[in-house]
Design a protein around this ligand. Sequence first.
Ligand SMILES: Nc1ncnc2c1ncn2[C@@H]1O[C@H](COP(=O)(O)OP(=O)(O)OP(=O)(O)O)[C@@H](O)[C@H]1O
Ligand SMILES: [Mg+2]
Length: 544
Amino acid sequence: MPTTLFALLAREAAGSRRDIFLAVLISAAANTAILVIINNAAAALGKGAPDLRDVGLFLVALALYVLGLRYTFDSATRIFEHMLATIRIRLMAQIGHAELMALQKVGRARIFQAITQDLVIISESQGLLVAAAHSAVMVSCTGLYVLTLSMPAFLIIVGVIGAGVMLYLSRMAELNRLITASTTEEIGFIGMMSDLIDGVKEVKLSHARREALLAEIRSIAVRLRDIKMQTTSVYNSTALFSQSFFYMLLGLIVFALPSLVSGFAQHAPEMVATVLFIFGPLSTVITAVPAISKADRAAGSLIALEGEVSRMVTVPESIQPPAPLSFRRTLTCKAIEFSYPGEAGETFHIGPIDLTIRQGEITMFVGGNGSGKTTLLKVMAGLYPALAGALLIDGKPVAPGRRPNLRELFGGIFSDLHLFSKLYGITPDTDAIAAHLDRMRIADKVGYDDGFTTRDLSTGQRKRVAMLVTLLEDRPVLVFDEWAAEQDPEFRHYFYEELLPELKAAGKTLLIATHDDRYFGVADLVVKMEMGVVASTRRRKAMA
Ligand SMILES: Nc1ncnc2c1ncn2[C@@H]1O[C@H](COP(=O)(O)OP(=O)(O)OP(=O)(O)O)[C@@H](O)[C@H]1O
Ligand SMILES: [Mg+2]
């Protein structure tokens, strides 16, 4: 029984299943009725013309069979696709709301596997599930029919089929183990494939790197191949077993049962017809089992992934946009601490950090690579949750549940920025866009027409486009994490000497991570980081 898949269906499509059960029951019973009517009519053929009542019953049974099955297939498709769309949309929404750190831990390969494979497997299984359910009910009804013909024959046939099914299920356990192993290898393969595609330039530059990477990919592919071959071999031998099993059953009915069970010989033709009749449905059930159990496992991994992803959403975000906190004077870190969760003690820790940023000032975060500048800015912007200490705005602590509101204060560009194809969440004002493109001196390279005309840009250009997005978004606190690192000297000068003072004059609070020591003078406050703590702070001599 695909219990996990049924659990998923029960959770997502409650209420709409009773009609389907009823339709399956009706169509399967009608299917068996067709057999009974045909068998009876065939037996009566010698006595003259077919009874019109039988013809009428036959047509009614046929109609019920077709309509019932048709209804079941249509409803199942509707329910499944509805459920899958809901899951797809919900999973994306959860990812959109997930904690950054937790999302990195789950990894892209697992999410890709869920969306590109698990959902597809479940979608493809629905037709088989309906056919198998119909066939299973039909086979059971046929069993009842056999029972009315001969009790001993019923017991023997059920016993033999039962033994066959037990043998079959024991093979299925082996098959399941193999399929789980191949899923793990597939996830590993997708991860390596992403690495290869993302790192194709590094790969192209080094023969040794390419060969080493490809060797690892090859070894996963070979392991995957071997598991797949083993899986198919077990699957094929199982399918062959179930086929030959049927022939054995027919042999039993014709050669053995008449001498074993008294009075059976007269029913032998009906029994043969019956077994031939259920041969198709029974093989449908049997051959559907691997696909359905695959869908069952896919449902399991989907439920597990959803569970993990929903646990990442520590602060449930409402549909309503979170109101930005009011920020007038200070943004304070009070004994703030944060660590990256690591596997084996190699975690990087920042804090405790005590620091006060004043509204409307330019604060620069300086210090060596890996000293924790980016990490601290991400904690301050509410992207990472502080493990200890508190963030205070105008002296009031920001409660953990208010981190979404805190984030609404922040705009800016981190060094690992992503440029979306459109200005999502910003109502574009054509004139403002044109003015900013001009100001960023990329108007000749990229335009905006329901989306950026190109994203094939140099890193420095991409950062200028990101600056345009940030300026349009117009948040009170702006974070620029090494924004100027890829800019030419002229534009770097423009950034520090014109743009930042201009933003400051407009009342923005600016948090800048930088290595550009020749522009440290632009800052009101310079915070020097060393190994995750604030080593020193230097305030510009009072000017105003
Ligand atoms: N996602 C992550 N998971 C685990 N550790 C991380 C992660 N991101 C950064 N680190 C670790 O945190 C430390 C600080 O990194 P951070 O990016 O804050 O430094 P930084 O001061 O901004 O350096 P840079 O000047 O190179 O940008 C590094 O040693 C890095 O290994
Ligand atoms: Mg950094």
